[in-house]
Design a protein around this ligand. Sequence first.
Ligand code: FE2
Length: 149
Amino acid sequence: MALVTWDKAYSVGNALLDADHRIILDLLNQLHDAADTDQSRIVVGSILNALAEYTEHHFRREEVLMALAGYPRTDEHVASHRQLEARVGTIRSLWAAGDRQALNEEVLSLLKKWLTGHILEDDKAYGPWVEAASAGAETARNPACDQAP
Ligand SMILES: [Fe+2]
């Protein structure tokens, strides 16, 4: 059974970032399924690596968009990304060292809580800033907006 299901409550109002979040939650579900069905250390480890790497790629994207939007809590948000990366890094190291408890039900639930909590609280907070910046960029690019009414 899926650990987490996408819900519109997770939307931050940006299609690209929402798509990233869906991919991250999907990888988390794959990780949960693989661990739950006792897949090999290599199979579970490769999904864990994919989740960690995609999440880091997504964090960089968010960080650039927040900075471009002038979001005032960017530094705080970046610190929370680094904290999540460190937590996942520890899990990766333990798993690579052969510790199967590194991804037990409790750890997977914590991962779900960290990721969904981050989306619902931290990410949704930048939504209006990123949306306003995107709308501004769209207006600047659209010649129709230059025409007098
Ligand atoms: Fe974030």
